[in-house]
Design a protein around this ligand. Structure first.
Ligand code: HEC
Ligand code: HEC
Length: 293
C-alpha cells in the first residue's frame, strides 16, 4: 500500500474518532452537569423541550467505544500499511489453522496411504472423505455424481478411456491425461468425413447408409485403426475411445461424430499430483474406483 493511502486512511480513521469526541463535548456544552429539567424554552403544541444532561451510562459507553477504537487501531492492522503491534494478519491466522488441521489429518491420511487403492475402496470412512474431496476438486468437470457430461467422461460406469483398475485411475488423477484425436477434415474432405461417419455409425449398430459405409470402411482402415484398433474397440494407451459400445464422450449422433472426425478432439484432464498431493489423490482414487464396482 502506498504512503498516500496509509496517510489517507489514517487521517480518515483517527479524524472520525476525534470527531466523535468533539461531538460529545459539543453536546455537553453549556450543560451544568447534574441539573435536571432545564428548559430550552421551545414549546410545540404544549410539549416542552428540555435540555437535560446526557445519561451518564451513555456517555461512558460512548467514551468506551472511542477508547476501544483507538486501542484496536494500534494493536491490529487498521491504519493503512501499519501492521499493528500484535502482528496479527488474516493470512497468518488462516495459515495457522490450515497447519493445525493438516497435522490433525496427517495421521488419518497416512493410515489410508498404507493400504492399496483397491483395499481402501472398502473403507466407508475413507470413501466419505474421498467423496468430499471429489466434490471440491473434480465435480466442476465430472459432475457431483461423477457421471460426467459432454467432453467430460463418466467415472461411475464401467467404460474407461484409460482403464478402470485402481492403479490406472490413480495414475489418471495424479499425472493427468491429454488425448489427441487429430482433425481429418482436410485429409478426407467433406465427403470422406461423411462416409467414415457412416461407418462409425455402423460400428455402434446405429442406422447407416450401406454404400457410404463401405467407402468409409476403407478410410477407417487407412487412418483410424492405428489408434482405435482394427475393430474400432479403442486403445487405452492413447485414450482412444471404443467406438462400438454406444457410449460417447462427445455425443453419438451423426453431427457429433462428424464433428469429432472433421475437427478432431483434445480432451485434457489436469494433473492433480502437485495440487492435492499423493495422499489425497490416493483417497479420491479409492472413491472413484468404488463408483464402478
Ligand atoms: C478441468 C476439468 C477436469 C477436472 C477438474 C478433473 N477432470 Fe478428470 N478428466 C477431464 C477430462 C476432459 C478427461 C478426459 C481426458 C481425455 O479425453 O483424454 C478426464 C479424465 C479423467 C479420468 C480418466 C477416465 C477414463 O475413462 O479413463 C479420471 C479417472 C478422472 N478424470 C478423474 C478425475 C478426478 C478424480 C478429478 C478430481 C481430482 C478430476 N478428474 C478432475 C476433466 C477434468
Ligand atoms: C492418433 C490417434 C487417433 C487417430 C489416428 C484417430 N483417432 Fe479418433 N480419437 C482419438 C482419441 C484419443 C479420441 C478421444 C479424444 C478425447 O478424449 O478428447 C478420439 C475420439 C474419436 C471420436 C469421438 C468418440 C466419442 O466417444 O465421442 C470419434 C468418433 C473418433 N475418434 C473417430 C475417429 C476416426 C473415424 C478416425 C479416422 C479417420 C480417428 N478417430 C482417428 C485418437 C485417434
Amino acid at each position: 500500500m502506498s504512503v498516500f493511502w496509509t496517510v489517507w486512511i489514517s487521517i480518515l480513521l483517527l479524524g472520525s474518532i476525534v470527531g466523535c469526541y468533539v461531538l460529545l463535548k459539543l453536546a455537553q456544552k453549556g450543560q451544568s452537569g447534574e441539573d435536571e429539567n432545564v428548559k430550552t424554552g421551545h414549546q410545540y403544541d404544549g410539549i416542552e423541550e428540555f435540555d437535560n444532561p446526557l445519561p451518564k451510562w451513555w456517555v461512558w459507553m460512548f467514551i468506551g467505544t472511542i477508547v476501544f477504537g483507538l486501542v484496536y487501531s494500534v494493536l491490529y492492522p487498521a491504519l493503512g500499511s501499519f501492521q499493528g503491534f500484535l502482528g496479527w494478519s488474516s493470512q497468518g491466522q488462516w495459515e495457522q489453522e490450515v497447519a493445525s488441521k493438516e497435522h490433525e489429518y496427517a495421521a488419518i491420511f497416512n493410515k489410508y496411504a498404507a493400504v492399496s487403492v483397491k483395499e481402501l475402496a472398502n473403507n466407508p470412512e475413507a470413501l466419505k472423505t474421498g467423496q468430499r474431496l471429489f466434490a471440491n476438486n473434480c465435480a466442476v468437470c465430472h459432475g457431483s455424481t461423477a457421471t460426467g457430461s459432454r467432453g467430460f467422461p463418466n467415472l461411475a460406469d464401467k467404460d474407461w478411456l484409460y482403464g478402470g483398475d485402481a492403479e490406472t485411475i490413480k495414475q489418471s488423477i495424479m499425472n493427468g491425461r491429454f488425448s489427441n484425436m487429430p482433425p481429418w477434415g482436410s485429409v478426407l474432405g467433406e465427403e470422406g468425413v461423411a462416409n467414415v461417419t457412416q461407418f462409425v455409425l455402423s460400428l455402434s449398430g446405429q442406422s447407416h447408409d450401406a454404400a457410404a459405409t463401405e467407402k468409409g470402411q476403407t478410410s477407417f482402415k487407412q487412418f483410424c485403426i492405428s489408434c482405435h484398433g482394427a475393430e474400432g474397440k479403442g486403445n487405452v494407451l492413447f485414450g482412444a475411445p471404443n467406438l462400438t459400445d454406444n457410449v460417447w464422450l462427445y455425443g453419438g449422433a451423426k453431427e457429433y461424430i462428424a464433428e469429432s472426425i472433421g475437427l478432431g478432439r483434445k480432451g485434457v484432464m489436469p494433473a492433480h499430483k502437485d495440487l492435492l498431493g499423493d495422499e489425497k489423490v490416493h483417497v479420491i482414487a479409492a472413491y472413484v474406483y468404488s463408483l464402478s464396482q
